[in-house]
Design a protein around this ligand. Structure first.
Ligand SMILES: [Fe+2]
Length: 214
């Protein structure tokens, strides 16, 4: 993402209760207005007075955080990742989702997983297998092949391109599902905004840099 300091909280692209009954309005309100907002505020606070790094894009902050001064390094890692992951999370969902991926993403799913149900199961295994807080992510590599990764805390899968992120921090589901992360995943899956995810894949494929031939 190309956003730069000062970062602003994007509005939720639908109403708080628009995803009910899968995800409750109270969960969405706290998740967006408190948790997501806190990552934005913390990142801006960490970068205030750091003019050399205020021009860094969000992507660069997420990938090159090890180059930052020691006193802000871990904070930027956590909060830039939190901003990046949550921006995608809320965009990935929709109140009236289309039930299946569109071309060319559908073709990539067939090549990488066989079918959408298999991909869902791989993603669910990652979501359930992430110990503690983190994310399960459907990613595309530079060649357009798909893969599923899990990340801890607020780490991102960059430089792999994340297409679809499932937040498995308890704040994403505890009010609605308590300890039942698998039930939350199944509900979350029904909300996926496949037109948006498919379009993102199409853009990624059109922008990728051809591998030089020897
Ligand atoms: Fe979250």
């Amino acid at each position: 993402m190309d956003e730069r300091y000062p970062f602003a909280l994007p509005p939720l692209p639908y109403g708080y209760d628009a995803l009910e009954p899968e995800i409750g309005g109270r969960t969405m309100q706290y998740h967006h207005d408190k948790h997501f907002a806190a990552y934005i505020e913390n990142l801006n606070r960490l970068l205030a007075g750091q003019s050399a790094y205020q021009k860094w894009s969000l992507n660069k902050l997420c990938t090159d955080w090890e180059e930052l001064p020691q006193d802000i390094r871990q904070g930027v890692r956590n909060n830039a990742g939190g901003v990046f992951n949550h921006a995608l999370y809320f965009e990935n969902l929709a109140p009236t989702p289309v039930s299946s991926p569109l071309a060319p993403l559908s073709g990539a799913i067939a090549r990488s997983f066989g079918d959408s149900e298999t991909m869902k199961n791989v993603l669910k295994t990652a979501a359930l297998g992430q110990f503690g807080s983190g994310w399960a992510v459907l990613c595309a590599d530079k060649g357009g092949e798909l893969r599923v990764v899990k990340t801890a805390n607020q780490d991102t899968p960059l430089p792999l391109h994340p297409l679809l992120v499932c937040d498995v921090w308890e704040h994403a589901y505890y009010l609605d599902y308590q300890n039942r992360r698998g039930d939350y995943f199944d509900s979350w899956w029904r909300l996926v905004n496949w037109p948006r995810v498919s379009h993102d894949y199409e853009i990624w494929m059109s922008r990728r840099i051809p591998v030089p031939q020897p």
